[in-house]
Ligand binder design. Structure first.
Ligand code: SAH
Length: 252
């Protein structure tokens, strides 16, 4: 027969074990840690850190704000669920509608070449997933981003808002014409490749500003250019090398 003390101990043990089971929620489908156990842990933190070290730093990107931004932005939140396992891999990924989120290194290179300071106004043409806009926002600049495909414009805006990038200004329009309302911009970045430099973009660039843009024929390699507008309005072009971007499309 159990003594009452032993019965009490057994009862406490049972309750403790039952409590343990209840306190351990099932794993989530994405493989993320169960909510409530380690709420601040990011299962992609190690992959993101490896991306920054192996793809970005080792290729010579040294800008502190660029590196900090790439360490901060959860790239996996900008890629479709079916590609999430490759979110930090060294290549672009499909985001639907025939478009792609750029390779991390290209995002870093273009962000660095913009030469921006916190508080600068930056125009992006080609919101896509919203990832490049989030990286720029993390660098402390005021971001204005334009996307031509309505569904991507809406999804990009929603993703940015959900992640707290509420200050990023979004617009659905043909970015060939820039975004006149907020011009001039200290820097402009174009993330789709036209076959020529859209003149409205040069027009909306502030004196002393920089425009980074891939230019070339669709479906193959293009050249990444940086245009710098001098105080006198003179424009100097620098070839940054070969890249491969989705085509710049025009409203019908
Ligand atoms: N910066 C994006 C890259 C998206 S791919 C990211 O970080 O995910 C390039 C995007 O440019 C596509 O979404 C495409 O629809 C958009 N685009 C192409 N031509 C455009 C135009 N004329 N105006 C605005 N966006 C355009």
């Amino acid at each position: 027969m159990l003594t009452s003390r032993r019965a009490l101990l057994l009862l406490l043990l049972f309750l403790a074990l039952a409590g343990c089971r209840e306190a351990t929620p099932a794993a989530t489908p994405t493989g993320a840690p169960p909510v409530g156990v380690t709420p601040t842990a990011d299962p992609y933190a190690a992959a993101r850190e490896a991306m920054v070290r192996e793809q970005i730093e080792q290729r010579g990107i040294t800008g502190g704000r660029v590196l900090a931004a790439l360490r901060a932005v959860p790239r996996h939140r900008f890629v479709p669920e079916e590609h999430i396992a490759r979110a930090y891999a060294d290549h672009p990924l499909p985001i639907g509608y025939g478009q792609t989120i750029s390779q991390p290194y290209i995002v870093a290179l273009m962000s660095q070449e913009l030469g921006v300071q916190p508080g600068d106004a930056v125009l992006e043409i080609g919101t896509g997933s919203g990832y490049q806009a989030a990286v720029l926002a993390e660098m402390g600049v005021d971001v204005y981003t334009v996307e031509i495909i309505p569904e991507l414009a809406q999804r990009g805006a929603e993703t940015l808002a959900a992640l707290g990038y509420a200050d990023v200004h979004t617009l659905q329009a043909d970015g060939y014409f820039g975004w006149e309302t907020h011009a001039p911009y200290d820097a402009i970045i174009v993330t789709a490749a036209p076959d020529h430099l859209p003149q409205p973009l040069i027009g909306q660039l502030a004196a002393g500003g920089r425009l980074v843009i891939p230019i070339g024929p669709p479906g193959s390699y293009q050249t990444l250019w940086r245009y710098e507008k001098g105080a006198d309005g003179e424009v100097i072009a620098t070839n940054l090398g070969g890249v491969s971007f989705v085509p710049f499309t025009r409203a019908q």
